[in-house]
Design a protein around this ligand. Structure first.
Ligand code: TXA
Ligand code: MG
Length: 311
């Protein structure tokens, strides 16, 4: 059921139920982070392996601080500037955070999401919300309430409808290991992070076949159709049985296509990416041909998702 009632969402979550929640990045599949049974039901609804830990969503930085034993200064600076926003921090957890949430790790992922309805929900609850993206494991993250309802509707009690996600890409995951480490590129750019912390990123550790965070699996965030990256469109001609995902000026007229941003704007492209993946997945085509964006700002995170989709 899709509803925009905050009260109803709060009431379901208080009963240990699963609720789809809107955030500025993507929709989440939320449950009481302090209730192991509720957390376990997230894994089964998503068909998600238990070794893949969950992000704990809190209403404020103060709430996050209560759940951690240590807050490295550069990460604190980031939290103060970016939260609520598309940033997840890996921090040492208090013992009362269940190992089920962190998949046994002593670090827990925390985030204060920036969506008015979800912030209202979080402020009304006496506990934070564990929430992965609300998609079946490995598939593209949902950016509308309908995406969630269509794929997980039967497993969850409601989706709180907060409209389409404004950012459209998952949060950037940042940790501290004698320096800043990026574990997932996302809605908060490397440029912003370096500017705020006045530190250079030490390491970007986002791609691995044996990942520390399974969101780093090379073939993650993928549509079902085959995705092929094209370097040079002039070597390609339009085929009516194929789909095209362009960015900026279109190299040729195509039958089945989407344009991430005709104006060549990466922010607009991010907001469109997952919706267009889903739409192209529904078309009678075999392959989605697409291209990388300039590798800066949000373009980096978009390119990361495009590469994973084509892996
Ligand atoms: O934007 C987002 O972050 C969205 C919204 C709903 O907040 N959430 C999201 O969650 O993308 P999920 O579960 O789909 O991706 C979270 C990533 C996974 O790759 C997971 O492995 C990693 O974060 N992660 C979570 N907890 C971790 C931990 N304790 N240590 C290392 N990686 C962790
Ligand atoms: Mg996910």
């Amino acid at each position: 059921m899709i509803s925009s009632s905050v009260e109803q969402a709060v009431s379901q979550l208080l009963q240990g139920k699963l609720v789809g929640i809107p955030t500025e990045t993507v929709y989440g599949l939320a449950a009481n982070a302090f209730d192991e049974l509720a957390v376990a039901s997230i894994f089964s609804a998503k068909n998600r392996p238990h070794f893949d830990p969950l992000i704990v969503h809190c209403s404020s930085l103060e709430e996050v601080a209560k759940c951690t034993t240590e807050f490295p200064a550069p990460l604190l600076k980031l939290a103060q500037q970016v939260w609520p926003g598309p940033l997840t921090l890996l921090l040492p957890k208090q013992p009362f955070i269940s190992d089920l949430v962190t998949a046994g790790s002593s670090l827990c992922a925390f985030r204060v999401p920036n969506h008015p309805l979800t912030l209202e929900v979080l402020k009304s609850l006496p506990f934070p919300l564990a929430a992965p993206s609300a998609n079946p494991f490995g598939y593209v993250s949902p950016t509308t309430a309908e995406h969630v309802e269509n794929q997980l509707g039967e497993a969850i009690s409601m989706v709180l409808d907060g409209g389409p996600c404004s950012v459209g890409l998952e949060s950037t995951i940042v940790g501290w290991d004698n320096g800043l480490v990026i574990y997932r590129l996302g809605g908060c750019t490397i440029e912003e992070i370096e500017e705020i912390t006045r530190e250079k990123i030490n390491r970007v550790q986002t791609s691995s076949s044996k990942p520390a965070a399974p969101g780093m699996l090379e073939s993650h965030y993928a549509p079902r159709k085959k995705v092929v990256l094209v370097n040079d469109w002039s070597q390609t001609h339009c085929d009516c049985n194929q789909g095209y995902l362009f960015f900026g000026d279109q190299p040729f007229e195509a039958y089945h296509f989407r344009n991430l941003s005709e104006a060549g704007n990466a922010t607009e492209a991010a907001a469109h990416l997952f919706k267009f993946f889903r739409e192209l997945d529904e078309l009678p085509i075999e392959t989605i041909y697409t291209q990388l964006l300039p590798d800066a700002g949000l373009g980096r995170a978009i390119n990361d998702r495009l590469k994973r989709a084509s892996a």
